[in-house]
Ligand binder design. Structure first.
Ligand SMILES: Cc1cc2nc3c(=O)[nH]c(=O)nc-3n(C[C@H](O)[C@H](O)[C@H](O)COP(=O)(O)OP(=O)(O)OC[C@H]3O[C@@H](n4cnc5c(N)ncnc54)[C@H](O)[C@@H]3O)c2cc1C
Length: 374
């Protein structure tokens, strides 16, 4: 039996790292275990867009809260996190979508998120490589981008500074009541946090998280070609609808001058192979919005698995089937953004402080009750 800890976090992806940071900041002794290495799971495959999203009021509350936490953290992040306050442009193709942009602006305003509507001329000036004839866009200046694996490592480093320990290359075989079992070791603790991402159900059977595959393509360096994170207005439909396949235009400028091109969603289990037909559809969509991308050379394509729940909201809170067990998993395509909000919310719940946002929509008990499935 090794030393007792207040909390053992299973998983050093960006979500587990943020939980470790918030728990250790609350004065708890924390041990983080990862089967591989920090930031190596879905976090390594993510795009790194820190974005406010309004698919549901709960999603808006968590993303806006997390956006504020990231903004406060930004000046203290190491340079290799590549935090860039580039903002998001939600691009409208026609007048109908422009109406949706206006509705989005009012929903964001109600949550205190500042936005501006750009006319076609202002949009063309902001992003000269977008095709002419677009109807306008919603500019969310507060959104940003980071390089996710280094974001996870920076949060872990903060946890270590607060006294946390991190052990990489340690696979947890089972989670018991106030203990984890890793190989021959039994590690006792007051609480275990299952932050194993899309693999969380392996350790906590009954969690309805499934892998939802996504592809990303990265280009060579073209500094200034694209200046904001560009997303088509239809992106939310693609993310929300649980169809077997969907693509949406989503391009991100990296600090290196490269561009990340997304995005796709597929339900194909754990098959991580490149699906050429969906990559072609994804690139066609990108070329439709930014024809000049045809001259860019793509240097790498990869896939990753979003941990997806039936109602597209993460599970953050206690798992009442097992004493001392807490879940922080199921963040789908928003886990880079919502990691810091998740860590803070979980630490508040564990230490009995009043959280800044309502935790009820994220309570894992909702999935035991089958609430919110659609
Ligand atoms: C293509 C794509 C684009 C994306 N773009 C964005 C974006 O722009 N913005 C955004 O906010 N989100 C984005 N996401 C989503 C985001 O990447 C995920 O929501 C997030 O990375 C999930 O983090 P996690 O820490 O929960 O999981 P992971 O990063 O998968 O971490 C889980 C960790 O648990 C460890 N683990 C698993 N089982 C065990 C075990 N038994 N014992 C010990 N350790 C274990 C793994 O090794 C891993 O390191 C994207 C995802 C994809 C696939």
């Amino acid at each position: 039996m090794t030393a007792h800890h207040d909390a053992v976090v299973v998983g050093a992806g960006i979500v587990g790292a943020a939980c470790a940071e918030a728990l250790s900041r609350s004065g708890m002794s924390v041990l983080v275990l990862d089967a591989s290495f920090a930031g190596s799971g879905t976090t390594a495959a993510g795009m790194g867009h820190l974005v406010v999203m309004d698919d549901s009021p709960a999603q808006l509350a968590l993303t806006a809260y997390s956006g504020r936490l990231w903004a406060a953290l930004a000046p203290e992040l190491p340079r290799n996190v590549e935090h860039e306050a580039c903002g998001t442009l939600w691009v409208a193709e026609d007048d109908e979508q422009l109406e949706a942009v206006r509705a989005k602006q009012s929903v964001y305003a109600d949550s205190g998120v500042a936005t501006e509507i750009l006319s076609p001329a202002q949009l063309a000036e902001a992003e000269p490589h977008l095709r002419p004839g677009l109807a306008g866009a919603l500019l969310v200046r507060g959104d940003a981008v980071i390089y996710p694996p280094n974001g996870a490592r920076a949060l872990l480093q903060r946890a270590i500074t607060n006294g946390a320990s991190v052990r990489e290359g340690v696979r947890v075989n089972a989670i018991g009541a106030r203990e984890v079992i890793a190989g021959n070791e039994r590690i006792s603790c007051d609480c275990v946090i299952n932050a194993a991402g899309a693999l969380a159900p392996e350790l906590t059977p009954g969690i309805p998280i499934v892998p939802r595959k996504g592809h990303l393509v990265i280009t060579d360096r073209y500094p200034g070609f694209c200046r904001h994170q560009l997303v088509e207005l239809g992106y939310l439909t693609s993310a929300h609808t649980m169809t077997t396949e969907s693509v949406a235009f989503n391009v991100q400028p990296r600090a290196t001058g490269q561009m990340l091109i997304g995005s796709s969603r597929e339900l194909v289990g754990w098959d991580g192979s490149i699906n050429r037909s969906i990559v072609r559809r994804m690139l066609d969509r990108a070329l439709d919005f930014m024809p000049g991308l045809a001259l860019a050379s793509a240097i790498r394509t990869w896939t990753g698995f979003r941990p997806t729940t039936p109602d597209k909201l993460p599970l953050i809170g206690s798992w009442d089937e097992m004493p001392g067990l807490w879940i922080a998993a199921g963040h789908e395509g928003l886990g880079i953004t919502t990691s810091v909000g998740t860590g803070q919310l979980l630490a508040d719940l564990i230490t009995g402080r009043a959280p800044a946002i309502d935790p009820a929509p994220f309570a894992p008990s909702r999935v035991l009750a089958g609430v919110g499935e659609h």
